[in-house]
Write a protein of this length. Structure first.
Length: 141
């Protein structure tokens, strides 16, 4: 019984750890999405300024190239994080299934133990009832 209970604790810990990893990846994915959205907003702002002409228009070409590279890096990072997130989701699901397997085994053992105790108690009560019945029948003759 102690072995199964220990396995439940170990698998709970594994599930919690994998859930933390998944949460961290979700937060990172959100940060990358926010960074991409912010980059697009900055790009729109720079385009408006470049339309005004002057130094902003001259510098816009270099800025646009830098934005293209940054977009590519963000997209690549986001793809990698999404892949890792999907794997983390699968890891969480597997850890959950493994935990449930041990929790069910522990519950089955507990139920068997309770049934054994109940049978022993019932046997004691049956013996007591038989003894009382015998006393009543032997005393009345």
């Amino acid at each position: 019984m102690k072995g199964v209970a220990a396995m439940v604790r170990v698998h709970k810990w594994k599930l919690e750890e994998r859930s933390r990893v998944l949460q961290e990846l979700e937060r990172l994915r959100q940060k990358l999405q926010n960074a991409a959205a912010q980059l697009e907003a900055e790009l729109v702002q720079e385009q408006h300024q470049a339309r005004g002409g002057g130094a902003a228009a001259i510098a816009y070409g270099g800025y646009a190239q830098a934005v293209i590279l940054r977009r590519q890096r963000l997209a690549q990072s986001l793809t990698e994080v999404e892949t890792q997130t999907e794997q983390a989701r699968q890891d969480v699901a597997a850890a959950f299934q493994e935990l449930k397997k041990y929790e069910i085994a522990l519950a089955n053992r507990e139920r068997q133990k309770q049934q054994k105790v109940a049978r022993a108690e019932q046997a004691t009560l049956d013996d007591l009832g038989i003894s009382m019945h015998r006393r009543q029948n032997s005393g009345g003759n």
